[in-house]
Design a protein around this ligand. Structure first.
Ligand code: BEZ
Length: 216
């Protein structure tokens, strides 16, 4: 069968993020240590010195204050050498003034890419697709995005989903279509007849008993 790579695993939502050690632009690291106590936004890009990747990595770099304000660390990856990474970081910094301060993994043996399903052979046998994993402070994968090589990601959506997960965890609520910070949130549906009666007498904004919203 074509394009079947049995060494390529794909972490799913709810799985613990596979651990690994890697060479990065900020030094060697063990992922579980890096993750401890913080949210992590782990993303891959196809290659250094390519245009779409340069816009995306610059986008992440420019949002560093947002991510650190929300207890989230950034870490990138591509199947390039550490020398290529360093040269690219330096070139972008010299041309645009933007500095990629977050670690970028040099995954030259593709081991991390394969562990995270970033190598999707139908798209490319040698370059990682544009993946995003949002991993919570206990190391669980909470959100997965995969984009093809030729379409850049949406930074607003990455920021929105990180906040949505954090607000959902804190308030035990769910987020409706197109939720933005400050919008009403969905209150979980009642699970007993008694809870249903309580809901009917509540001040929640109710479309039906199972679909109710509130302000936070
Ligand atoms: C880019 O970043 O521009 C790119 C990289 C690989 C394939 C296509 C586009």
């Amino acid at each position: 069968m074509e394009n079947l790579d049995t060494n390529n695993t794909m972490p799913r939502i709810g799985d613990f993020a596979p651990d690994f050690e890697a060479v990065t632009t900020t030094g060697n690291l063990k992922f579980s240590e890096f993750n401890k106590g913080s949210w992590v936004v782990f993303f891959s890009h196809p290659a250094d010195f390519t245009p779409v990747c340069t816009t995306e990595m610059s986008g992440f770099a420019l949002e560093k204050d947002f991510f650190s304000a929300h207890n989230a660390k950034l870490i990138g990856l591509s199947i390039d050498s550490i020398h290529a990474h360093i040269a690219w970081v330096n070139a972008v910094n010299e041309k645009t003034g933007v500095l990629f301060e977050f670690p970028i993994i040099a995954d030259i043996d593709m081991s991390v890419s394969k562990l995270y399903g970033m190598l999707q052979p139908g798209e490319s046998e040698t370059a990682a697709v544009r993946a995003v994993f949002i991993i919570d402070p206990v190391g669980k994968v909470r959100l997965v995005m995969y984009y093809p090589l030729n379409v850049g990601r949406n930074m607003d959506e990455i920021k929105r989903t990180l906040l949505a997960l954090q607000v959902s965890d804190e308030h035990k609520v769910a987020m409706p279509l197109n939720w933005q910070p400050g919008d009403k949130v969905i209150v979980p549906a009642p699970k007993t007849i008694e809870a249903l009666a309580e809901r009917k007498n509540s001040n929640l904004e109710m479309v039906d008993w199972y679909l109710a919203k509130k302000e936070l």
